[in-house]
Design a protein around this ligand. Structure first.
Ligand code: HEM
Length: 322
């Protein structure tokens, strides 16, 4: 859907959009909370954790796997393949044998799931069944469209929210006053989520083609030109945000601008309500149960190298329970 325009895009998006409404998220919240509590329980039982693997990556991956109904025993492997596929998206020199294998494995996994659904008449309510049964203008999605939507939701669902949760906790752990402010007043979490999204900005860019000439800050963009939208730059525009390089959960978004982390217009992120819920649950559970998050000596957080998604690949930490 992300590469379609107009009616085709609307229809392709409409196939799955009812699964991502704020109302639908309220229904999913109990299950999401259970997963989050379980992950935090497990972290609190360890001397040292990796917040990316143990919470920030695991929560979104489990929820999207539930929505696609990925078999339990395949979930870790799928997550690993998706991580590798995204790493390969940085450019041709990053497409290693390992990345190629990951994509081949994902395709085989998709084919297995597809055949499994077809064998039982695709009667379920998971996203794959919805795509299989869908018809747009009397036509079914072809196999490559099905595969593409499947990859898109795995990447969208698992990679970006992971960066937001891990990056947000990392910022808060570096500023104990802001962390403690959330503990004292959990109603601050709503604003903190928006600041985390602005600050972390998990997607770096999307490319779009100008449909007409347009002048922006004295620069003329011609119809037909490709425009690289660099979201983190927009989120740090000093004309729009006060002191834009400072992470501040008290930022007043009503007098400043809205962040651009979920994009704008018809392609506005389909999973924004799900992402916000996952970030909220993580902040609630962590701030209520963990007094302080510290980095172990000589083990700073590590960023993934990617020109497409920004974020932490590893976040070693010691958690001080309350
Ligand atoms: C913090 C987390 C997330 C961020 C920062 C993010 C960001 C974005 C951005 C920037 C776009 C493109 C918007 C545009 O072109 O204007 C997008 C589209 C999309 N996102 Fe997300 N996303 C996140 C989480 C999710 C989740 C959890 C899902 C689903 C499970 C998801 C699914 C999608 C899909 C399907 C699209 C394409 C929508 C379309 O083309 O109509 N995203 N997202």
């Amino acid at each position: 859907m992300i590469y379609q325009d107009g009616e085709q895009h609307n229809k392709q998006r409409a196939l799955v959009s009812s699964g991502f409404t704020p109302r639908q998220m309220r229904k999913m919240e109990t299950r999401a909370r259970e997963i989050c509590v379980d992950l935090v329980d497990k972290m609190l039982a360890k001397d040292e954790v990796d917040i990316v693997a143990d919470l920030a990556g695991a929560l979104p991956a489990r929820l999207i796997a539930d929505m696609i109904d990925i078999p339990e025993e395949k979930r870790d492997a799928v997550l690993n393949w998706v991580n590798l596929i995204v790493a390969g998206g940085q450019g041709p020199e990053y497409v290693t044998d390992e990345v190629n294998d990951a994509f081949t494995n994902f395709c085989e996994h998709h084919e297995e799931m597809y055949q499994d659904r077809m064998a039982s008449g695709a009667k379920g309510s998971d996203l794959l069944c919805i795509w299989i049964n869908a018809e747009i203008n009397g036509e079914k999605l072809d196999e490559s469209q099905l595969l593409f939507e499947h990859v898109l939701l795995n990447v969208g669902g698992a990679e970006t929210t992971r960066s937001a949760i891990a990056g947000g906790l990392e910022r808060l752990s570096n500023d104990q006053k802001q962390y403690d402010a959330i503990v004292d007043d959990p109603s601050l979490i709503a604003n903190a989520i928006e600041e985390i999204l602005r600050w972390v900005c998990p997607f770096v860019n999307m490319y779009r083609t100008a449909t007409r000439d347009y002048e922006l800050h004295g620069q003329v963009i011609k119809e037909g030109q490709q425009v690289g939208v660099i979201y983190p730059a927009g989120n740090r525009d000093p004309r729009k945000f006060k002191d834009p390089h400072t992470f501040n959960i008290f930022r007043d978004f009503s007098t400043e601008a809205k962040h651009l982390s979920f994009g704008l217009g018809p392609h506005f992120c389909l999973g924004s309500s799900l992402a916000r819920m996952e970030i909220r649950l993580s902040l609630e559970e962590m701030t209520q149960r963990v007094k302080r998050i510290r980095s172990p000596e000589g083990k700073p957080p590590e960023y993934v190298t990617s020109s497409f998604v920004r974020g932490l690949g590893k976040y070693p930490a010691i958690l001080e329970p309350r």
